[in-house]
Write a protein that binds this ligand. Structure first.
Ligand code: ADP
Length: 304
């Protein structure tokens, strides 16, 4: 497991920036960490990269504990912070040499050249960072995150503030990197997840809204079926969640539930068969289609 998070909370004063968050990210996955502003994305990323400590709970990067084995964790992880603090007066290579030095890398010219090539910085590599466009500054940020060849990349809003062309370029770089590294990237943009990620983890107000099987939320088709189902007797949300093809369950009221299907699946017959097998009367099923944007809005709208 590349990233393992168990019951992490972070409290500022009385406010929970993270509230009992658990997740696992396997090696080689590109996972989108999606949530509105203030959801807690940066806070978790800072914990995973050892910049801050959790109030409670534990986390590991490649088996190394983020609090007890911070040095090991920093070797395994490359981090692009949201407000990437670049030294604007420095030249690109000079800056990367500085970062390589901080990682204790010696004779790093070849390594720096390789990374510059990898993130597509060659044409701008002779310039001062301050003279670069935002898109190229982000490439410098990616280069510094990659310099020590970490197994895990944690990228906090890597495309924010980029124009549409720069955005496509950076997404392509990230996709390429994802072929050999585990990538966790945060974003508040649904389309970003669709464009880059294998899986999406949605967070809202410090709590995970969905993770289990959520990769099926992401698909080229982009549409899922939302079924409003009314049963004639008591049904448990947890039981509905076990049904194959059901991705998410919202309890609306009484015995009425809203079920989100996996992308492209029609779960009406499955639900019917399940109800029959359980001996539960099925009073009605109403279907509508939703795109991922709708699902995201719904999952992150105020519930508490
Ligand atoms: P996101 O990255 O999803 O936008 P953050 O992790 O930055 O969200 O913030 C989560 C919540 O924690 C927000 O309400 C934010 O105001 C609060 N927060 C973050 N850092 C601090 C801090 N150092 N002190 C107090 N509150 C903070």
């Amino acid at each position: 497991m590349s990233i393992k998070v168990e019951h992490i909370s972070k409290v500022y004063g009385k406010q929970y920036a993270l509230d009992d968050v658990s997740m696992e990210i396997g090696s080689g996955e590109i996972v989108g960490f999606l949530g509105p502003n203030g959801a807690g994305k940066s806070t978790l990323m800072k914990i995973l990269t050892t910049y801050i400590q959790p109030s409670s709970g534990e986390a590991w990067i490649c088996g190394h504990h983020v609090v007890d084995a911070g040095m090991e964790v920093r070797k395994m992880v490359g981090y692009l912070p949201e407000h990437n603090p670049l030294y604007l007066e420095m030249y690109v290579r000079e800056y990367l040499e500085l970062v390589a030095g901080l990682h204790g890398l010696r004779n790093n010219k070849a390594r720096i050249a390789e990374i510059i090539d990898r993130v597509g910085l060659e044409v701008e590599a002779h310039k001062r960072i301050g003279a670069l466009s935002k898109g190229y500054r982000q490439r410098v940020g990616l280069a510094q995150a990659l310099i020590h060849d970490p197994a895990v990349l944690i990228l906090d809003e890597p495309t924010s503030g980029l124009d549409p062309n720069q955005l496509v370029d950076i997404r392509n770089v990230i996709k390429q990197l994802g072929k050999e590294k585990t990538v966790m990237l945060s974003t508040h943009i649904m389309q970003e997840v669709e464009a880059i990620c294998d899986r999406v983890i949605i967070i809202n107000k410090g709590r995970l809204v969905t993770d289990k099987g959520a990769k099926n939320l992401v698909s080229d088709k982009g549409e899922i079926q939302v079924l409003t189902v009314e049963f004639g007797s008591n049904v448990l949300t947890a039981d509905l969640q076990q049904i194959e093809g059901v991705e998410l369950v919202n309890h609306l009221q009484g015995n009425i539930f809203e079920l989100n299907s996996a992308v492209g699946a029609d779960i009406r017959k499955t639900i019917f068969d399940w109800a029959v097998a359980q001996g539960i009367p099925l009073l009605s099923q109403q279907v509508k289609k939703k795109n991922l944007e709708d699902v995201f809005k719904e999952l992150t709208k105020s519930k508490k």
